[in-house]
Design a protein around this ligand. Structure first.
Ligand code: PHE
Length: 382
């Protein structure tokens, strides 16, 4: 008897059973067994996704996969007496192919997982990744030192907006529109849409927070205000268009000029060390009366004006004193703007330039280094 097998017929699934000379159920079963073995063999060679895909398309591809051909060529045209058995074996064959595909897919997944494990294996002998840890900027550190000193004597810390109205930056501080001190502070106004209600500017000092604080609370007031301020200054070793201040304000029913100078002296000694001395000289600010300028004895030459190795001290230029900051007793006119009774309250205010203070304390001779953020500078102040 002639029995069709795949070994002697090319592409048997492209022919019908009749063309293959298959007429009995046994012959049908044999045909499928051979097909199954071929599929098994090919499946074992799958080691990569592209081979898997080839296998899948070849065997169960919807259009021209072998499974589709078998249905088309073997099942559909089969004689009535063979159709049942072909249908049955074809169903088993279909499940078998699906199993082969699933197994192959799993095999690939496992391989991929193993490869990833190898790739991602942690080698504890390798040097680690060194991530540099940042630290507080020197200006922030100095803010902190100042806050600590004032908080320890009963002040609290408040902050305010860097964009101000002329009312808070000037008028309420007793600086009317055409007052000459505005020239010093001629500054950055914001470009606003036409019809904006009030002009806005970058604050030129932290003093507007004196007003905002007193508007909000009744005496007693004891606050300090750290923050950035802006002026139209050309950058050089001692000037920058942005710098930092700490404003201070104390208002109560019985604050005297002695409380004022005592507080400043205490602060300066805490900040620079107990051996420095302070002094004040008359000065002028529209919102303080009297106004003073505080000096500290030069911390570099011990207030002698002479350098350690002889000659003039380069820091104070032989003057023995270094100008520190402006301050004064709150001008009674200012109380009028915040509804405080000028007859009942008194107080003092000061405005410390932080950059300058930091430069003095740490011997830094160029204010620009604070803004350049060169890590070689920053690392010196961890
Ligand atoms: N606001 C002043 C300035 O920036 C400093 C100051 C503050 C003076 C408080 C007196 C009182 O120059």
């Amino acid at each position: 008897m002639y029995l069709a097998t795949m070994s002697n017929v090319e592409n048997p699934t492209e022919k019908t059973l009749a063309e293959l000379g298959v007429h009995t159920p046994e012959e049908v079963t044999t045909l499928f067994v051979e097909l199954r073995e071929k599929a098994n063999k090919e499946q074992r060679w799958i080691d990569k996704p592209d081979k898997f895909e080839q296998f899948r398309v070849k065997w169960i591809g919807r259009k021209s996969g072998i499974l589709a051909q078998v249905t088309e060529n073997w099942l559909k045209p089969a004689d009535v007496d063979l159709k049942r058995i072909v249908g049955q074996v074809l169903n088993e064959f279909r499940s078998h192919l699906q199993r082969l595909v699933d197994q192959a897919q799993q095999g690939l997944d496992v391989r991929a997982g193993q490869a990833a494990d190898v790739r991602e294996r942690v080698d504890l002998s390798l040097p680690g990744v060194i991530r540099p840890i940042g630290s507080h900027h020197l200006i922030r550190q100095v803010f902190q030192q100042i806050e600590d000193i004032f908080v320890s004597i009963g002040f609290s810390v408040v902050e305010g907006p860097e964009i101000e109205t002329p009312y808070y930056n000037f008028e309420a501080l007793n600086i009317p529109e055409f007052h000459p001190v505005r020239d010093d502070m001629d500054t950055f106004y914001l470009e606003l849409p036409k019809g904006a209600a009030v002009p806005l500017l970058l604050r030129t000092h932290t003093s507007p927070m004196q007003i905002r604080t007193m508007e909000k609370q009744k005496p007693p007031v004891r606050v300090i205000v750290p923050g950035k301020v802006y002026r139209r200054d050309n950058p050089d070793a001692t000037h920058s268009f942005v710098f930092h201040q700490v404003e201070g304000l104390a208002v109560d029913t019985d604050i005297t000029f002695c409380d004022f100078t005592g507080t400043i002296d205490y602060f300066v000694k805490q900040f620079f060390g107990p051996s420095v001395k302070t002094r004040f000289r008359p000065s002028y600010f529209p919102f303080t009366e009297p106004s003073v300028e505080f000096d500290v004895s030069c911390p570099f030459c011990g207030g002698s004006g002479t350098a350690a190795g002889g000659g003039t001290c380069s820091k104070c230029k032989g003057a023995a004193w270094i100008e520190l900051f402006g301050a004064g007793m709150v001008d009674p006119a200012v109380y009028g703007f915040v509804n405080y009774d000028a007859k009942k309250v008194s107080g003092f205010a000061f405005g410390i330039g932080i950059d300058r203070l930091a430069m003095l304390k740490y011997g830094i001779d160029d204010i620009q280094v604070f803004f350049q953020n060169d890590v070689r500078f920053l690392r010196q102040f961890p």
